[in-house]
Design a protein around this ligand. Structure first.
Ligand SMILES: [Zn+2]
Length: 200
């Protein structure tokens, strides 16, 4: 038996070295999920992942090649991000509802918006609008930002249905939103000042 004076962490250190290598991927703007990779000597083939708090723990065999592991980690990340978005969409006011609210307030409910959705492939661009079809796509990152920022972006994209370009009349439409300037500053600080080109 171990002596009672030994601390918990000392006991842990004496356990068999199962976590042969630990790589910690830092959380950044481009990489919203922190990843901890634990290479295990005992594991032979399987790779598993689970989210603990805000960190994704990936357990992998010790000898798996880096490139293979990288691909698996990316797949896990995408899967968890999607799951997270689904959960958020369920708990929050739907984008459709928010769109209807903004439409009523700023466009007299007359704007033809056919679809508003979050997409996960827009990390630097806050959104895009196809003014011909009335389709608006927002970066999934907005789901985690303050509601007034998300509303600004949605209103911005909605205004493009009337004014496809960033013309004077476009900014007149957008500036009716009181927090427009503040929201723009917020997005720039997050490295999201860009917008995807409007597609035909
Ligand atoms: Zn724009």
């Amino acid at each position: 038996m171990f002596s009672p004076n030994r601390t918990k962490s000392q006991i842990k250190k004496r356990l068999p070295d199962r976590e042969a290598f630990i790589i910690k991927e830092k959380q950044t703007e481009m990489n919203p999920m922190e990843v901890k990779i634990i290479r295990s000597r005992r594991r032979k083939r399987t790779i598993s992942a689970r989210v603990v708090g805000k960190v994704m723990h990936v357990h992998a065999p010790e000898n798996i090649p880096d490139d293979k592991l990288k691909k698996v980690v990316e797949d896990f990340k995408t899967r968890f991000e999607k799951r997270k978005i689904k959960k958020e969409l369920k708990s929050k006011e739907s984008l459709e509802k928010i769109g209807q609210r903004l439409n009523k307030r700023y466009f007299g409910g007359r704007l033809k918006v056919s679809l508003i959705k979050y997409v996960t492939n827009q990390n630097k661009q806050f959104g895009s609008c196809n003014y011909r079809t009335g389709t608006i796509r927002l970066s999934h990152r907005l789901a985690e930002m303050p509601e007034w920022v998300r509303d600004y972006v949605l209103l911005h994209e909605m205004a493009h249905i009337i004014e496809p370009n960033h013309s004077k009349s476009f900014w007149e439409l957008v500036s009716r939103y009181k927090l427009a300037e503040r929201a723009r500053g917020y997005l720039i600080a997050k490295g999201m000042e860009m917008e995807e080109d409007v597609q035909d």
